[in-house]
Write a protein that binds this ligand. Structure first.
Ligand code: ZN
Length: 430
């Protein structure tokens, strides 16, 4: 009976979580704002102001017909599950291309009043053919990670936490695919974010078009790449806020599920006579209900690629050209930039989300769990570089001091735990 109750609770919880799109970009940007207080960074953090008017006429260098091709690298982080097939990845790239270019069949369902302002971006997405070291790649990296669950703290982008360092963000759109915590389907950086955090993170089971359920058409990634290309949510992330695009009607807040047209606005002064554009990709409706970008959104995205624009460098990327480096990948180098044709080996030393300090240390070293982790009760063993166990025991508190005064000077490894969640960290005794 108890099991049954738990199951019912779990099912209810899951439905609640998946009742809406639940993009994490706004919360993510709020978090980054808190974490990075440097003024120069803060100024660049929010979505960039358009670099020209929405007429398109000032984009002299880049006509609206010029196709912008964005090389994409997909970093798959898997553990016991969360792996995705190459076919799933290709289906996602195709979904991006369809939906950014009004080639989606269900565009015919867009009401005429809104179809008249729909835009074709002429932005195309292609899996990279050349990695940052000049080697041939299929544009996919696969990394087995010690972590099973990720959140919007960007550790998925950091090798020291078991994540994968982005490929040069001036030349690639980086997409990390992993298992995100319940309730989070994806999040994106905004243009102008730090280069090592630039890109999009998507939950593995709604990536591509092979999923079932409400998010089965690859449109979470369409929405997040929209953010990566400077689009805001239609309601501007506040009540009756602005998305800084002229041809999207003002909205009080987000829509979810499968609304029916016309859905009249709820009390914004600039309410549109035809109601809210809930079929726009930058709302929170189910995949089956979102099917268009507007011309104003298209202009805002394309402005990033103009001369001097934040993403201009993508136009000069060599990632879709010919490989120029034929030397094999050296064993043991795990830079996070390996070609997708070469699976990255599981790292031997994982700098896990446990802190070890001071390092180097003389008398004692402190092993401290992060807030997400409990290490009390785990076994530990300290190894010298030649593999001998020099001391071992059990961690008795989440902040645990280990006396190392009797060790000789040198490099040591400390292993925490024993099973799949085993972590190995390195320290130096002085
Ligand atoms: Zn969003």
């Amino acid at each position: 009976m108890k099991t049954l109750t738990s199951l019912v609770v779990l099912v209810l919880f899951t439905q609640a979580v998946f009742a809406q799109k639940n993009c994490g970009t706004s919360a993510y940007l709020d978090r980054v704002r808190l974490e990075f207080q440097a003024p120069s960074f803060r100024n660049n953090l929010s979505f960039a102001a358009p670099q020209s008017s929405n007429t398109g006429a000032s984009s002299a260098e880049l006509s609206s017909q010029t196709v912008i091709t964005i090389p994409v690298v997909v970093h798959v982080l898997y553990n016991a599950n969360a792996n995705v097939t190459d076919e799933q990845i290709k289906s996602q790239i195709e979904a991006l291309n369809r939906n950014f270019n009004k080639e989606n069949e269900d565009f015919s369902k867009v009401p005429a009043v809104f179809a008249s302002v729909a835009g074709v971006s002429n932005i195309r997405f292609v899996l990279a053919k050349v990695d940052p070291n000049g080697r041939a790649t299929n544009g996919i990296t696969r990394t087995k990670s010690v972590r099973e669950l990720w959140t919007n703290d960007d550790k998925v982008k950091m090798a020291e936490y078991g994540g994968v360092t982005p490929w040069d963000t001036r030349s690639y759109l980086n997409i990390w695919v992993c298992n995100l915590v319940p309730g989070l389907l994806g999040y994106s950086s905004a243009p102008g974010s730090p280069a090592d955090k630039d890109g999009v993170v998507i939950k593995f089971n709604i990536f591509g078009t092979s999923a079932s359920g409400n998010f089965n058409m690859g449109r979470t990634a369409v929405h997040e790449v929209g953010h990566w290309l400077n689009l805001k949510h239609l309601w501007g992330d506040k009540e009756c806020g602005s998305d800084e695009v002229d041809d999207t009607p003002q909205q009080k807040t987000y829509n979810q599920g499968t609304p029916t047209f016309p859905k009249m606005g709820m009390g914004c002064s600039a309410a549109n006579p035809y109601g809210e554009m809930f079929m726009n990709f930058m709302d929170f409706t189910n995949d089956a209900s979102m099917m268009m970008f507007t011309q104003g959104q298209v202009n805002r995205m394309r402005n990033l690629f103009n001369a001097g624009g934040i993403r201009e460098s993508i136009r000069y990327s060599k990632a879709l050209g010919e490989p120029w480096n034929n030397t094999p990948v050296t064993a043991g180098t795990n830079s996070g930039t390996n070609a997708g044709t070469v699976s990255q080996p599981a790292p031997m030393v994982v700098i896990a989300p446990v802190k070890l300090y001071p390092n180097p240390a003389v008398e004692k070293i402190t092993i401290a769990a992060t807030s997400e982790q409990n290490i009390t009760g785990q076994t530990f063993a300290v190894y010298s570089v030649d593999g001998r166990v020099v001391t071992a025991g059990t961690i008795s508190a989440n902040i645990f001091n280990l006396n190392i005064s009797s060790l000789h000077r040198g490099i040591y490894f400390i292993r925490l735990g024993e099973n799949a969640d085993k972590q190995v960290l390195r320290f130096v005794k002085q």
